[in-house]
Design a binder for this molecule. Structure first.
Ligand code: KIV
Ligand code: ZN
Length: 404
């Protein structure tokens, strides 16, 4: 969008939206350890928790607010007096504090969840944002379920929140319902109708917050940026309610690798993505799937022979970023039944075996027989094959090797 600044701020909600999902709860000490890692990763804002939800969460937010000094520390509150007072108390010790308050905007939420009229909701937003503003200057308002909200009403709620003092307006795709085109369009409309030409155009930041129910959270987030949003809410490994939130590592990598398209910068230190993901995996009860983009164990693994051949010739044939650029140890040529002779030769050389062509042919033939029987070929299998091919060791049958 014309006039939008060219840097995007990362609002990490691993410790709130992420932590509130099944298998992800963390103790105070674990939250604090993650908070240090998120600070090192370069997040601009971290949502440390939902203060009124429990005494434990309140204390964890308070501890993070006192210890983590560079990023803004956000505390979540429903648009209710008691929530806002509790959120404000939890971040009293912060160097930079934000209250993040929210109220649903869609008719389905207003009617069935809140049993509240549209008019009453507007009044409550104005009143509660103004109350939050008496505690801190940095106020975020989220119109929950924004993507299923009538656009005129969404603009009205946004306007009231801004007039009451909100400095960031978040338009969440709470149910993961939106599509990239629709999500981008929503930002353009809100900007044009509520912000353009007003004194707020340069001061209020629009924010994305996407859930992954249709697997579109990251795509929608990137579309939101194209629509003019300059804050993205996301979590490490994409943890979060139901199918999760938009994955921080995917957004950050996409913005860097496709800088030609998005033309925005961020403060994320890409090399810390994998270590931070690993730390979260060790802390909660599950790790990312092996094929998870950027941080999965197989994100830089190549098994197919054609791919391995290309990778050995020039990694750019099959990789759009290096593993090192996102903190992954190294790309892996996984030897399996889809691998070719070039990969076998390369791995054997790494293991110290430079075989003449004839012996390599013999080793490759034995390798393919073995690979048909075993799911994983280990270095010890390869050493055995190389020794057999070079006559150092008597040829065993493949079945015996397969028992290794
Ligand atoms: O998904 C959502 O709408 C939320 C809000 C509280 C921002 O998590
Ligand atoms: Zn959410």
């Amino acid at each position: 969008m014309a006039g939008a600044p060219n840097n995007v701020v990362f609002f990490d909600t691993t410790l709130r939206d992420g932590e509130q999902s099944p298998g992800c709860s963390m103790t105070e000490a674990e939250k604090l350890r993650m908070a240090h890692a998120l600070e090192d990763l370069g997040v601009d804002i971290m949502e440390a928790g939902f203060a009124i939800s429990s005494e434990g969460d309140f204390q964890a937010i308070q501890r993070i607010a006192r210890e983590i000094r560079r990023p803004v520390i956000a505390s979540l509150a429903r648009a209710r007096r008691e929530d806002i007072e509790r959120a404000a108390a939890s971040i009293e010790g912060a160097a930079k504090a934000r209250i993040h308050t929210f109220l649903a905007s869609s008719d389905i939420h207003l009617e069935f969840k809140l049993k509240m009229s549209r008019e009453k909701a507007l009044a409550q937003v104005g009143e509660m944002v103004a109350l939050a503003r008496t505690y801190v200057e940095d106020i975020e308002f989220s119109a929950e379920d924004a993507t299923r909200t009538d656009m005129d009403y969404l603009c009205a709620m946004t306007q009231i929140a801004i007039e009451a003092g909100a400095t960031t307006i978040n338009l969440p795709d709470t149910t993961g319902y939106s599509t990239p085109e629709d999500y981008a369009a929503m930002y353009r409309v809100v900007y044009q109708r509520v912000l353009a030409g007003t004194p707020y155009a340069d001061t209020v930041i629009l924010s994305t917050h996407c859930h992954d129910d249709l697997g579109l959270a990251v795509a929608n987030t990137l579309a939101g940026i194209e629509g003019g949003a300059r804050q993205v809410e996301c979590t490490i490994n994409g943890i979060g309610e139901r199918a999760g939130n938009a994955a921080l590592e995917e957004i950050a990598a996409a913005l860097r690798v496709r800088a030609d398209r998005y033309k925005v910068e961020s403060n994320i230190v890409l090399e810390k993505l994998y270590p931070t993901s690993q730390l979260l995996g060790e802390t909660i009860s599950f790790r990312p799937a092996p094929n998870k983009a950027i941080v999965g164990e197989n994100a830089f693994a190549h098994e197919a022979g054609i791919h391995q051949h290309g990778m050995l010739a020039n990694p750019l044939t099959y990789e759009i970023m290096t593993p090192a650029s996102v903190g992954q140890p190294a790309n892996k040529l996984v030897l399996g039944k889809h691998s070719g002779r070039a990969a076998l030769r390369s791995r054997l050389a790494e293991l110290g075996f430079v075989l003449p062509a004839e012996q390599l042919d013999a080793a490759y033939a034995a390798f393919t027989t073995l690979a048909d029987k075993k799911k994983s070929i280990y270095d010890q299998d390869l050493v055995k094959l190389a020794n057999q091919a070079s006559g150092v060791e008597a040829a065993d049958d493949a079945a015996q090797a397969a028992q290794v």
